[in-house]
Design a protein around this ligand. Structure first.
Ligand SMILES: *[C@@H]1O[C@H](CO)[C@@H](O)[C@H](O)[C@H]1NC(C)=O
Length: 148
C-alpha cells in the first residue's frame, strides 16, 4: 500500500516536473542566462515532433542597454549553422519590455514551430538575442531530436 502511494507520487512527479534544459552558453557577452525552459520537453535532449510548436523561455539578466532586441536562430548540423526561421524575430514582442535596461532580469518567451518537411535528425539549436549593435544579450546552444 505504502509502496504504491510512493510509486504513484514519483510517477506524477516525473510526468509533470519540467526540468530546466541543459544548455551551453555560446558567448552571452551582454547578459547572463539563468534558466532555459522548453515546453513540452519531458526528456533530454528535447524531442521535437514535426508539426508541433514548442515554447522556449530564456531567463537572463541584461548587462546592457538596448532599444531593440532581435532573435537569430540556427540549426547546427554537422558543425554547420543553418538559418532556422521563427515567426517572430522581434525580442520586444517576445515577453521583453523594451528598451532593455542594464541589470534587469528578462524572460524571453517565443515559439519554435517544427515544420513537417524537416528531416528526422538530431541537431543543436543555436538561439541568440542581439542588441542594437548585434552583440549577444544571450547565446545558447541546446541539443534536440526531430521526430515524426
Ligand atoms: C519563464 O521562466 C521564468 C523563470 O523560470 C518564469 O518566471 C516565467 O513565468 C516563465 N514565463 C512563461 C511565460 O512561462
Amino acid at each position: 500500500m505504502e509502496f504504491r502511494v510512493v510509486f504513484i507520487c514519483l510517477s506524477l512527479f516525473v510526468l509533470t516536473y519540467a526540468e530546466p534544459v541543459k544548455y551551453h552558453d555560446c558567448g552571452s557577452t551582454e547578459g547572463k542566462v539563468s534558466i532555459v525552459d522548453i515546453d513540452p520537453c519531458p526528456t533530454q535532449p528535447c524531442e521535437l515532433k514535426k508539426g508541433e510548436s514548442y515554447s522556449v523561455n530564456v531567463t537572463f539578466i541584461s548587462d546592457d542597454e538596448s532599444q531593440k532586441s532581435t532573435a537569430v536562430v540556427h540549426g547546427v548540423i554537422a558543425g554547420l549553422p543553418i538559418p532556422f526561421p521563427i515567426p517572430v524575430a522581434d525580442g520586444c514582442k517576445s515577453g521583453i519590455t523594451c528598451p532593455i535596461q542594464k541589470g534587469t532580469t528578462y524572460s524571453y518567451v517565443n515559439q519554435l514551430p517544427v515544420k513537417a518537411e524537416y528531416p528526422s535528425i538530431r541537431l543543436v539549436v543555436k538561439w541568440e538575442l542581439m542588441d542594437d549593435l548585434k552583440r549577444d544579450l544571450f547565446c545558447i546552444l541546446f541539443p534536440v531530436k526531430i521526430t515524426s
